[in-house]
Design a protein. Sequence first.
Length: 272
Amino acid sequence: MNTHATKLFCRILLSALALFAAPYIAAAQTATVVPDWALPASATHKQVAPPSDFHRAAITINTPIGIFDGQSDVGAALVPGSSSYDTATKQYTITSAGYNVWYVRDEFRYLWKKMSGDISLAANISYPDSLGFGDRKAVLVIRQNLDDDSKEAIVALHGAGMIHLAWRPEKGLRVRDMEFRIGSRGGLPGGKSPDDLVIAHAKRIGIEKHGDYFTLFVSMDGEPMHQFSAPIKLHIDGPFYVGIGFCSHLPDKTDTAVLSDVVLVNAAGKVH
């Protein structure tokens, strides 16, 4: 084949490849477009609930990790999550994107175990990047299934320090919650004066399922776990999913949480 024919052949081949690849490139670009409703709240934007018909199936890996049976990207965030377990330190490192664990659907990395009956679950929580988004949240979750709009009970520690006990009363409904923000004037380092409110960050949180009642437990600074507020009532059929997770609160950007000294017991009254 002469030089002219070779060049012509290459042009034809490249054109054909471009035509073949175009739909896939367009689909990939479309897939990474962040819907306006999913953008995090800011001074110029208010995050709102997703459309009621917007769902993504979970992406699941049925391989044990630590004490858990598998892990899933619930809601299939735009950027895949990942997790690892260090047997020496007993730390689970969870990296995830996700617009939120809230409203009528969730996006988060979830390490889970299928169980029935009463449950005690607790973990220490830390964030390696102190400058992450304030509403990111490490979560302890008991949920009916892996659908993004599943019925569930959640306890969470936010990056900015807020603690909450939340629940989705039925599949597809909006999450409800009880929120707790704890601070000190003069009792914690960091304030410019004794009148400045310094937010306290809990070291450890837990959730107990006792029948149809779910209760939040907290240890602020390593003291024994103690109950926070009244329990909420929610019926979840067994078997259900129990586990730990994380959401960056950024739909297309990941962050990381570390959960350690995880206690998971198939009984009530064992949160510690």
